[in-house]
Ligand binder design. Structure first.
Ligand code: 4AD
Ligand code: MG
Length: 454
């Protein structure tokens, strides 16, 4: 079937004698002699207006079609006398694919609460807001691939089922096919405990030691029972890993990636971004442009703690050297103190993972978190410990068994080189890009504690 996307139809430079578009009816208005249909096909935010004269076969074909119905419309593309649109379609024939019952179809009303729309996650892609959010999601993913491609990175796929715990935080979802009541792990499918991955980092490191520069972009899973607007049990993470790189190279990469994606989405999704700027977060465009305007701030953790201690603001959690920064601290730094994204580096070893490279002070590790206004932590990463003896000591100190990491240690045993990598939470990036304040609204079918309906 030959059809034109509404996005393409609206961008035509000349009238067309016949054109066919398909889509879902957003609204239908009936006048005496004709009906107006606003049709949307998801290719872009805008609808195309179709005029259906009452005495045409198109009118008969349209029948009872109303909000929500799926149609095919053929007709003439002509200049529109209406405001805000260049073209409209004078329908000559209409075929109804599927009607939508006007009594029960939930998207009749123009405005629904985010909470209600979450309960109909299977229908919300048909709203302006969620259509825009998921188009931006697609474009942002493309921008991520474009950026890495331009920097000589190879896209790699790391396993989702895994036998190792990258973060050592005990937040994994167990995977098993043992019958109920059976607990012997030797009898399980893999003969040892298996989990959904919390991070592809360890495997990405192995790949970087052969391919040089790699990145993963895939789903990760965390069973942290934190019901916050920034945590999901299933989220997508972008994890670059670079051989022959240190912490400063890594900070450049994090800043470069973030700015590239913001810039490309601003350019390619202008209509969708405008919707968020107008209806969701009036400061959005200004904030995104400010982010691009100057280099990100960089501050050592020790100094960040001093800033927080001296700022005179009352925090729920007090800070001192050795405490993990809470969202309230991260947001204070990014929103009130620096008023821009800030990279905090050299964290105390006591609050970070075993694989981070020990600094010469023996107290801090070469870690970096990128904190952004409105969200807090967007990126977490580090230079990796490439020295065998130090790494073994760290694993042991943290109560783990180095033998469990034999293959990871092999990477240090054979041709070990300085390397660094990070994880960027893709949904958090989308929150930054859209101004959407709840992670449940940037992922089509969110998984959070107690929620797995779809
Ligand atoms: O800081 P995290 O835990 O780092 C790692 O997992 C490293 N192994 C990554 C690496 O170095 N390759 O997570 C990285 C990022 C966070 O900064 C945050 O943006 C996001 O992943 N993130 C989450 N996003 C949504 N829901 C959750 N539950 C998240 N947990 C982390
Ligand atoms: Mg982190």
């Amino acid at each position: 079937m030959k059809r034109t996307l509404i996005m393409q139809a609206l961008a035509m430079t000349e009238p067309q004698n016949t054109i066919t578009v398909c889509g879902w009816v957003r609204t239908r208005r009936d006048a005496k002699e004709f009906s107006f249909i606003e049709l949307n096909d998801g290719s872009c935010l805008a609808n195309i207006q179709c005029i259906v004269d009452a005495d045409t076969p198109a009118f008969a074909g349209m029948g009872e079609a109303n909000t929500g119905a799926g149609l095919r419309v053929t007709g003439q593309l002509v200049p529109s006398p209406g405001k805000g649109q260049q073209w409209e379609i004078r329908a000559s024939s209409i075929e109804v694919y599927g009607l939508a019952d006007q009594e029960s179809f939930p998207l009749q009303k123009k405005r629904h609460s985010d909470e209600f729309l979450r309960s109909i996650a299977h229908l919300r892609p048909r709203t302006n807001k969620y259509g825009a959010a998921f188009r931006i999601r697609a474009e942002a993913a493309r921008a991520v691939h474009d950026y890495f491609y331009g920097q000589g990175f190879h896209y790699v796929h790391t396993p989702i089922l895994t036998g190792s715990d990258c973060e050592g935080a005990g937040e994994m979802f167990r995977v098993t096919n043992l019958p109920a009541g059976e607990t012997a792990v030797e009898k399980d499918f893999f003969g040892k405990a298996a989990n959904l991955t919390v991070s592809g980092q360890l495997e990405a490191e192995a790949l970087a030691m052969g391919l040089g520069r790699v990145y993963t972009f895939g789903p990760t899973f965390r069973a942290e029972n934190s019901n916050t607007p920034r945590h999901a049990a299933e989220f997508w993470m972008i994890e670059p890993e670079m051989a022959f790189a240190d912490l400063h190279d890594l900070m450049d990469l994090g800043e470069g990636l973030t700015c590239f994606v913001v810039k490309q989405v601003l350019e390619r999704c202008a209509q969708d971004i405008a919707l968020f700027n107008n209806f969701v977060d009036k400061g959005l465009c200004q904030r995104l442009n400010a982010l691009l305007a100057k280099p990100f701030a960089r501050v050592a953790y020790r100094e960040a703690v001093a800033i927080l201690q001296q700022c005179g603001k009352k925090f729920e959690y007090p800070v001192s050297f050795g405490t993990d920064l809470q969202t309230e601290h991260e947001r204070y730094l990014a929103e009130e103190h620096f008023k821009q994204p800030v990279m905090v580096y050299d964290y105390p070893k006591s609050i970070k993972a075993f694989y981070m490279r020990m600094n010469d002070d023996n107290e801090t590790v070469a870690a970096v978190d990128v904190l952004v206004p409105g969200i807090g932590e967007l990126i977490g990463g580090s230079q990796r410990e490439e020295r065998m003896d130090v790494l073994v000591q760290r694993i042991t100190e943290l109560g783990q068994n180095p033998e469990d990491y034999w293959w990871y240690l092999d990477l240090r045993r054979y041709g070990s080189v300085p390397h660094a990598g990070f994880g960027l939470g893709f949904e958090r990036l989308l929150m930054l890009l859209t101004g959407i304040s709840n992670i449940r609204d940037v992922i089509p079918f969110p998984r959070t504690p107690g929620n797995i309906e779809f």
